[in-house]
Write a protein that binds this ligand. Structure first.
Ligand code: PGA
Length: 253
């Protein structure tokens, strides 16, 4: 199935567009109506303006997060949760601490709990069960890596992969080193929702901006469905929207 995409002028307008879609979704599911909405959330540089926009809209009374449950895509292995570069810290700093989300309804893979008595497999299975018990993900936000990864599903990931422990690709470690003092300090593993987990979401919105993402975006949209570009698996889902700026859309045929 062809992936739908929309092209906005720049990073800010693309981010505003995605925040608007999220606010509409949340308000459609507000406690006055069905009362339940489960969001899949992403980290990284790309969604920062989306979260800023959501915080502003919450402060101006346009949206409330009461009744919302969230599941993040991934978490690094080897960082304590309070480490400033953990994805839990990212979510607290950029969203959770600023809006009326019920903290007990926010979830990230508990990668910091891996030890002799808690295997990565058990923690991953528990995450899948938590998603299922919440009724599945209604609306999943994604970014895309320069190598086509979604979540931390690097090239080679299979279409039915579940939440699991993964090794990060060298290009991902390199890209993420900008947040650490040196490349040595970048975690080399993570627990990520799988491609299979992501594809179960009812709606998926992928935000990509900047020229560095152009090739990966074009391959995901125009290229074959292949493990070489994990985002291409999104072609098999019936409700996916890519929100792009001009630069990220520049290589689409
Ligand atoms: P970025 O990462 O937003 O920091 O570019 C996106 C991703 O790797 O999914």
């Amino acid at each position: 199935m062809a992936i739908l995409y929309t092209v906005l002028e720049d990073h800010e307008s693309a981010s505003r567009h995605v925040a608007g879609l999220l606010v509409e979704t949340i308000n459609r599911h507000s406690p006055d109506t069905s009362g339940l909405c489960t969001l899949g959330l992403a980290t990284g540089s790309t969604p920062l303006s989306v979260y800023e926009n959501l915080c502003r809209r919450y402060q101006s009374g346009e949206v409330s997060f009461q009744g919302i449950t969230t599941f993040n895509l991934d978490e690094y292995v080897g960082l304590p949760p309070e480490h400033p570069q953990s994805y839990l810290a990212y979510m607290r700093t950029n969203l959770f601490d600023h809006v009326d989300l019920d903290r007990s309804k926010t979830h990230l893979p508990a990668a910091h709990q891996i030890d002799d008595s808690h295997s990565a497999e058990a923690i991953s299975r528990r995450y899948e069960s938590e998603i299922e018990n919440a009724g599945g993900i209604d609306w999943q936000l994604l970014g895309i890596g320069v190598n086509g990864h979604i979540g931390f599903n690097e090239p080679g990931a299979t279409i039915d992969s579940p939440t699991r422990l993964v090794d990060l690709a060298a290009s991902t470690i390199e890209a993420n080193s900008r947040f650490f003092e040196s490349t040595d300090q970048v975690p080399k593993q993570a627990i990520t929702m799988g491609i299979g987990t992501i594809l179960k979401a009812r709606k998926i919105v992928l935000l990509a901006t900047g020229a560095a993402k152009a090739e990966a975006v074009a391959a995901a949209i125009n290229g074959p469905v292949t493990s070489d570009n994990p985002a291409s698996f999104l072609q098999t889902h019936s409700d996916v929207l890519f929100v792009l700026d001009r630069e990220a859309a520049s290589a689409i045929a």
